[in-house]
Design a protein. Structure first.
Length: 367
């Protein structure tokens, strides 16, 4: 294949970033935020969007100066090969960690709602196999896949508007009723839902239109913030803050209430959309993991894919139920977020402070 054909467009970058962050996690997002911020959870979600916005803006410094490299190569140049590769390994582990937890969460959700007859290990094996296949096919295929799923996300947004007819505005009032402190506390929790924007720092060299990278990333950030806010607001509007906190997947409860002419039962359409969303999220996270390990070890990415599949299969089996999974996630996310902020910020600062001409040869990314 021609190297140019392996590159993606800025528009495809937009779809990939949205696809990586907006996944099945939105089904439980309202419960996580509303448990703290009550009816003002949607406000907390907007404020939490400052995290991915910061990652994108600080990434712009790196992208502008080194459009043909990425954070992995810069880390090795700034910190030396040993420390740089160690930091890159930590960076990789978060994507693999997310892939494991999303696989476990997707299996729990789908088996609880409709596919209860499929054993957990079979469901997990299916996710792991497809993630491996999609990752091997490469970024271009993932771009096409996420383009399709984006319009499915739009379908959910449009369909959810019908719930306003049978709901009450009183469920989201009074605005700012819980106080600033609770809203800010909820915003910290909501920031974790925006994880994976760091993917931008790995894949930006594969974008054809270098000048449009930052624009595409910013637009994707605002779309993600809008969608997350919409999910929290709609769920609160429909169920009310008291009922939401008693549910594990509040937005799925909302989706089941959709009554649309011609479509008799939106439940099954919702399940199909959730399956597709889970596949694309796991596939992108798996791709990121293999890409980073390939940069560290120089082992062929296809070989790495096969080596990592057992991890995606075995660890979700060990996690168990949704309560345990969410507890693991809540305890680990603050540390992962702090690491990402520190890592990306330091690389960006070094990019500004160190003259490019004084550095040793910086490896360029080949498609």
């Amino acid at each position: 294949m021609n190297k140019t054909n392996k590159l993606i467009t800025a528009t495809e970058l937009f779809f990939i970033l949205v696809g990586c962050i907006v996944g099945i996690g939105v089904t439980s997002l309202p419960a996580d935020i509303v448990s703290i911020s009550k009816q003002d959870g949607w406000i907390s979600t907007i404020i939490g969007g400052m995290y991915p916005l910061y990652i994108v803006l600080i990434s712009g410094i790196i992208i502008k100066k080194y459009p043909d490299s990425n954070i992995l190569n810069l880390s090795k140049v700034f910190f030396g090969k040993i420390i740089g590769n160690f930091l890159n390994l930590l960076f990789m582990l978060q994507f693999l960690f997310y892939a494991v937890l999303v696989t476990s969460g997707a299996s729990n959700l789908l088996r609880a709602y409709s596919m209860y007859f499929i054993p957990h290990f079979k469901m997990v094996m299916l996710f792991a196999t497809i993630a491996c296949y999609a990752s091997i096919k490469g970024l271009k295929v993932l771009a096409r896949f996420t383009t399709i799923t984006f319009f499915l996300i739009c379908l959910i947004v449009v369909a959810s508007t019908v719930t306003f007819k049978s709901s009450s505005i009183l469920n989201v009032k009074p605005f700012f009723g819980v106080g600033v402190s609770k809203i800010l506390e909820g915003s910290v929790k909501s920031a974790f839902a925006y994880a994976n924007m760091e993917l931008l720092l790995i894949i930006y060299p594969y974008v054809k239109q270098k000048k449009d990278i930052l624009k595409a990333a910013l637009v994707s950030t605002f779309v993600i913030i809008f969608f997350h806010t919409w999910v929290v607001f709609t769920s609160t509007y429909f169920s009310g803050p008291d009922l939401i906190t008693k549910q594990i997947w509040p937005f799925s409860f909302v989706a089941e209430s959709f009554k649309i002419p011609v479509i008799n039962n939106f439940r099954y359409i919702n399940i199909i959309i959730l399956v597709i969303m889970a596949y694309k999220t796991i596939s992108i996270q798996f791709y990121a993991s293999t890409k980073i390990l390939n940069n560290i070890t120089k082992i062929k990415r296809k070989t790495i894919c096969f080596l990592l599949v057992p991890i995606i299969f075995i660890f979700p089996m060990l996690i168990g139920n949704e309560v345990i999974r969410k507890e693991i996630l809540s305890k680990s996310m603050p540390w992962i977020t702090l690491f990402n902020i520190a890592y990306v910020t330091i690389i960006a600062l070094l990019t500004l402070l160190i003259d490019k001409s004084k550095l040793n040869h910086i490896e360029k990314i080949n498609p």
